[in-house]
Design a protein. Structure first.
Length: 78
């Protein structure tokens, strides 16, 4: 099966590709602008699980800080 770059993909990479796109879709539900940019990055630049996982973790950490009230406290100190 050719990828977006025209390369033939290895059948063993299929679970990795599916997990990358599933994480990107989850990110789109969680934060649409970040998830959409991540999806485009994965489509055009090849599927990178590490980048997708880092983006998901950073967005979740930021959202958690925002919801806990820590973000307002930090911004009030600036």
């Amino acid at each position: 099966m050719p990828t977006a770059c025209g390369r033939l993909s290895d059948p063993a990479r299929l679970p990795v590709q599916l997990s990358v796109y599933t994480m990107s879709l989850t990110m789109m539900i969680f934060s649409f602008p970040v998830g959409f940019a991540l999806m485009i990055y994965n489509i055009l630049g090849g599927e990178r699980l590490r980048v997708t996982a880092l983006a998901l973790a950073l967005t979740a950490a930021g959202y958690g800080l925002y919801r806990s009230g820590v973000a307002e406290l930090v911004l009030s100190l600036l």
